[in-house]
Design a protein around this ligand. Structure first.
Ligand SMILES: C[S@@+](CC[C@H](N)C(=O)[O-])C[C@H]1O[C@@H](n2cnc3c(N)ncnc32)[C@H](O)[C@@H]1O
Length: 187
């Protein structure tokens, strides 16, 4: 077991609201996916892990025991996915300007009332996400420092593995007056 798995397990237990059994889970920027077993066991669901680097996806396949499917896909364009998901996981997505698009793409393939569960390295990533997610359509349920974070790095470069947690729900988008009028005209 990877050294941070126990902490990640506790984080899931503390933060993830109750969820229907057998959900479909999408892990964006999954890397080698050390967290895969914890996620699948916690949700009792099936997962698809995506990363844009083939060699990383090859390691992920070796590292996981078959309960998860992995694909090489750039998460800035998820239009090739033909299904939608109950839960989107983003663990350490190295949030920056380009990840606004990844958040949007994840949102588009999430079922209504589905969840985003993201854990972030640092305060800046948390603040960026907190500002960006509501603009996309998410309602933030939790956004805080994680008591189960573990320290990695040293000196100036100390960062928290799973340092901050964000749980957000895909809101049912209310139609604007103009959208409603357009629908009426079409009928
Ligand atoms: C910091 S690692 C996190 C890996 C894993 N989730 C973890 O916490 O151990 C970020 C991962 O995102 C992947 N990544 C970065 N940009 C991506 C993109 N546009 N599409 C898919 N994966 C991406 C990288 O290859 C890397 O594996």
């Amino acid at each position: 077991m990877f050294e941070n798995n126990e902490a990640y397990k506790k984080t899931l237990e503390k933060y993830v609201p109750k969820f229907p059994l057998n959900p479909r889970i999408l892990n964006l920027g999954c890397g080698v996916c050390y967290e895969g077993t914890e996620i699948v066991n916690h949700f009792k669901g099936t997962m698809l892990g995506l990363d844009d680097k083939e060699y990383i996806i090859n390691s992920a396949k070796t590292n996981n025991n078959g309960s998860t499917e992995f694909k090489v896909i750039n998460c800035r364009d998820l239009s090739s996915l033909t299904e939608s998901f109950d839960i989107v996981i983003q663990r350490h997505p190295l949030v920056s300007g380009t990840w606004q698009e990844v958040f949007k793409q994840g949102y588009n393939v999430t079922k209504e009332k589905g969840l985003l569960f993201a854990t972030l390295f640092n305060l800046n990533e948390m603040l960026y996400s907190k500002k960006t997610l509501p603009k996309i359509g998410y309602k933030i349920l939790t956004c805080e420092q994680n008591p189960y974070a573990t320290v990695c790095g040293n000196g100036l470069f100390k960062i928290g593995t799973d340092g901050f947690v964000i749980v957000a729900k895909k809101e049912i988008k209310k139609k604007t007056l103009i959208e409603k009028l357009k629908e009426k005209i079409r009928k």
